[in-house]
Design a binder for this molecule. Structure first.
Ligand code: 8YV
Length: 322
């Protein structure tokens, strides 16, 4: 008999087809976002699951699911997993690294450029019928070329973002839990390792792409925003919670920094409505990895992991060790 699995959110139909060759699949093509207790009910008797960031895999859930053997997250970030508890319960965990690096880096640039050059603000103004003449000072923004790009979180995506800056003749400074190897720095447009405060002080454009954990909660708050340049932009591609959104709203309102581009929010999708009252912020609904090819690659990566994990092999992107 095939093991039973749950695909916790809607996916490309061919993914379900692939899974059904190996498993008894319960899917959720209506894309209901399950509450924690609904998720437990859906997972009862299942050996495995494919999840996204909306599914919290924690002690409370695992205590009730003795048959669960593996959960494959369709995301590189896995702050929705309590990996220590999954290890304790002998439940394998995996994520989808690498397949989304370049797509997410592309989007980081799109968001940073839209923010610096005020593209969505200008488009809203145009659509609103306000364009009656040209003026020398309409929508003056900040140059990217020749400026300093500051990156906090220099993992694979951060490095892909840095590499793209060569064509813009930018200087790259970064902060990370650990310093990159010299050859990695060289490949990332000669990125220079500095303290977090130095990144904040010197960056003309700040990019946040670090994993969320209790230790990185509010990496950017009022104190950090206060030492940034008043002309600087901030782009958050990482996770809600990396930035203190209330403090960012105050800083944007008071023009303590010039503008922000945000793909992720605290408490998303119920983000702080005060963002909507600001015209110096570009807002997108967590779509940095959303290219057709990459979302398919992420789904297939999660499937590869689950097939390996439930057949007793080591999943290619295993996060737990026991
Ligand atoms: C996911 C992401 O699409 O990979 C990540 O960590 O943030 C996105 O690419 C999203 O988290 C859904 O799981």
């Amino acid at each position: 008999m095939k093991p039973a699995i749950l695909v916790a959110r809607a996916v490309f139909p061919e993914v379900l087809h692939r899974l059904s060759a190996h498993f008894e699949v319960e899917s959720n093509q209506d894309d209901v976002v399950f509450t924690p207790s609904e998720l437990i009910e859906k997972l009862r008797g299942k050996a495995g699951a494919i999840t996204t960031s909306s599914a919290r895999i924690n002690r409370e859930l695992l205590q009730q699911l003795p048959n669960l053997k593996m959960v494959a997250n369709m995301a590189v970030g896995y702050d929705n997993f309590d990996v220590a508890v999954m290890t304790e319960f002998g439940v394998k965990a995996s994520n989808t690294p690498d397949v989304l690096n370049e797509t997410t880096a592309d989007f980081g640039w799109a968001l940073m450029m839209a923010t610096a050059r005020r593209i969505t603000e200008a488009e809203h103004w145009l659509r609103d019928g306000q364009w009656h003449k040209w003026r020398y000072d309409y929508f003056l923004g900040a140059d990217l070329h020749g400026s300093t790009l500051g990156i906090i979180g220099m993992g694979r995506i951060g490095q892909a973002i840095a590499r793209r800056s060569t064509g813009f003749n930018m200087r790259v400074i970064y902060h990370n839990r650990s310093r990159l190897a010299p050859e990695q720095e060289a490949f990332a447009n000669n990125a220079q390792y500095v303290s977090k405060d130095e990144v904040l002080r010197q960056a003309d454009h700040l990019m946040l792409i670090l994993p969320y954990s209790p230790a990185s909660h509010h990496t950017i708050g009022a104190a950090e925003l206060a030492i940034m340049k008043p002309t600087a932009t901030l782009t958050n591609l990482a996770r809600g919670g990396i930035v203190d959104d209330k403090a960012l709203i105050v800083a944007l309102r008071n023009k303590q920094i010039a503008a922000a581009g945000l793909d992720v929010f605290e408490n998303e999708p119920k983000f702080d409505p005060d963002f909507l009252g600001l015209n110096n912020v570009v807002l997108t609904p967590h779509i940095a990895s959303a290219s057709e090819a990459t979302r398919r690659a992420m789904a297939n990566c999660a499937v590869d992991n689950l097939i390996a994990g439930l057949s007793g092999a080591t999943p290619p992107n295993l996060l737990t060790s026991f």
